[in-house]
Every structure is written in structure tokens, then in C-alpha cells.
Design a protein around this ligand. Structure first.
Ligand SMILES: C[S@@+](CC[C@H](N)C(=O)[O-])C[C@H]1O[C@@H](n2cnc3c(N)ncnc32)[C@H](O)[C@@H]1O
Length: 295
């Protein structure tokens, strides 16, 4: 029997994936260019869809990447020198005022380590008047979310829906105050962060004393940090560090029960859905940003 079909079988998925990703890349570039050059043309993006009128959501299997990335080896990432040097118009073109050359809104909600973007997609319509940003360190996962947002916007032309969500590739452990002004954010989410189980890897956890001070800096007084994980050890770690930090105070379970974001973050992220399917536990802890102590 010829071996050719076997070779094809082995090569086909990779080739298909490469081809598909190139198509998506081309599409992303067209959308970005259109969004940059003339906001009015954005709805015409639908016409570039070679598959016809139907807008297809991106397929996760074409964006596979290692499950974990090392937050200490991201040397090729670029950071803004200050929040004012960030050009948010390409993330939220609908909120860019051509006449003033300014954004009409600032990012207020951040989903750190947003993964495949499930939280963004559900929070967007719930907080239609706020700009929500996912920050994700993995390249292909970020591209998936970017493509997902583009597709959702195209599915909802002539509507504000999903115009308020965006994703950026970045390492949240570095230079967060270069992205956001002091007290700019009202909510920060840490949903199912990487657990980094081994003791020597704990320093890679997304909640540490130093990082909490950065989160406190960008979070406004009364703003909320949301955490959820299925790993008890990580939950206890986050609780311990947040409890010890003078600028955070834990909110009660009664508060959690009535908060719409807690309900959304329990069920909407991809990781959260996986935990539900496996009937795992979900540990939640939410903290309020306290006022700075008087000197
Ligand atoms: C276990 S996944 C959870 C994803 C998503 N929040 C969810 O619940 O489905 C953790 C995500 O955080 C991202 N991540 C890890 N460290 C990060 C960092 N320092 N900055 C930004 N993203 C990070 C990972 O790439 C991964 O996608």
C-alpha cells in the first residue's frame, strides 16, 4: 500500500492550520487598517469575508499553543512608555473621536490572563458603557481572542455590541502602570490563573506582594479585585497575600452572592467551563481597594 495517504494525513492538519491562520492574519490586518484609516468603513469589513455573508467565529484548534508560558522570558514584548502613549483606537475604533483625535472612553475593566476570552465576551454586553480589556501573554491565544472579537462585531453590525471589548498581548507582571493611569480601573479579574504548583515557581504567580501594589495603583478606591481558581492551594495563597496587603479588604460571601460579575466569572471563562464539566470546585475571593492611608 502506498504511504502517501499516511504522509498526507500527518501533514494535513498542520498545513490546514497554517493556511487557516494566514487567512485570519490577512483578515486581521485588513480590519486593523480599515479601523485605523476610516472608522466609517468598518461595516464593509463583512464584504472581505470570502465565505459569503455568514461570519464564522475562529476555531480554537487552529490557535494551539503550549498550556503555560514563562512570564520571565517575554523579551520580545513591547510596552508603552506611559499610558498616554498607548493608542487605544485600534482596540476600540468605535470609541475614537475623529474630530478631536481622542478616545471618548478609557479602559475601566481588565481581565488579566484572559485566555480565550470567554469572560470578555460575557462582560461586554453587561457593561456596555465601559471599555474592557483582556491581557494575555500567549501570542496565538491573543490572536484567537482578537479574531473572535472581530467576528462578533461583524455578526452585530450597526450595533455597539462587542465594540467595548478588546485584547492586548502583554505580560501583566510587567509595567502595568505603563498601560493604565493611577486609579483608572474599577475592576480587575484573575480567573483561573496559572497555579505554578512547585515552590520554586511560586514567584511566577500573578498575585504577589509587589504585584498587588501595582494592582492597587491602577485600581480606583472602592474598585474590586476578583479572583477565582479551582486550585485550593493557589486560592489560599491569593487570599493570604491579599489579606496581608494594607490596601485591600475582603468582601463577604453575601456580597459575592449578589454580584453579577461573580456570577459571570464562575461560568463564562473557558477554564471555568472545564472545571464545571469535571465537577471540580471553584474558590472565589473578592477584595475592595481601600483608600490610601493618610500620612
Ligand atoms: C489557566 S489560563 C486561564 C484563562 C482564562 N482566564 C480562563 O479562565 O479561561 C491562564 C492564562 O493566563 C495567561 N497568563 C499567564 N501569565 C500571564 C501574564 N503574566 N500576563 C498575561 N497573561 C498571563 C496564560 O497564558 C493563560 O492563558
Amino acid at each position: 500500500m502506498s504511504t502517501t495517504p499516511e504522509i498526507e494525513d500527518i501533514e494535513a492538519p498542520g498545513t490546514r492550520r497554517k493556511h487557516y491562520r494566514q487567512e485570519q492574519e490577512d483578515r486581521r490586518n485588513i480590519v486593523k487598517r480599515v479601523a485605523f484609516e476610516d472608522k466609517e468603513q468598518t461595516p464593509e469589513v463583512t464584504s472581505i469575508n470570502s465565505e459569503g455573508d455568514e461570519v464564522l467565529l475562529p476555531k480554537k484548534r487552529f490557535y494551539r499553543q503550549r498550556a503555560h508560558s514563562n512570564p520571565f522570558s517575554d523579551h520580545r514584548l513591547e510596552y508603552p512608555t506611559s499610558p498616554d502613549s498607548m493608542n487605544w483606537s485600534k482596540f476600540y475604533p468605535a470609541y475614537f473621536n475623529d474630530e478631536t483625535g481622542e478616545m471618548t472612553k478609557k479602559v475601566e475593566i481588565a481581565d488579566i490572563g484572559c485566555g480565550f476570552g470567554g469572560l470578555l465576551v460575557d462582560l461586554g454586553p453587561e457593561f456596555q458603557d465601559k471599555l474592557i480589556l483582556g491581557m494575555e501573554i500567549r501570542v496565538q491565544v491573543t490572536q484567537y481572542v482578537e479574531d473572535r472579537i472581530i467576528a462578533l462585531r461583524k455578526q452585530n453590525p450597526n450595533s455597539e455590541k462587542y465594540q467595548n471589548i478588546g485584547v492586548i498581548r502583554g505580560n501583566a507582571m510587567k509595567f502595568l502602570p505603563n498601560f493604565f493611569h493611577h486609579s483608572q480601573l474599577s475592576k480587575i479579574f484573575f480567573c483561573f490563573p496559572d497555579p505554578h504548583f512547585k515552590q520554586r515557581k511560586h514567584k511566577a504567580r500573578i498575585v504577589t506582594n509587589t504585584l498587588l501594589s501595582e494592582y492597587a495603583y491602577v485600581l480606583k478606591e472602592g474598585g474590586i479585585i476578583y479572583t477565582i481558581t479551582d486550585v485550593l492551594d493557589l486560592h489560599e495563597w491569593m487570599v493570604q497575600h491579599l489579606d496581608e496587603h494594607p490596601l485591600f479588604e475582603r468582601l463577604s460571601t453575601e456580597w459575592e452572592d449578589q454580584d453579577v460579575c461573580v456570577k459571570i466569572m464562575r461560568n463564562s471563562t473557558e477554564e471555568g467551563k472545564k472545571v464545571s464539566r469535571n465537577k471540580g470546585s471553584k474558590y472565589v475571593a473578592c477584595y475592595k481597594r481601600l483608600p490610601n492611608p493618610e500620612c
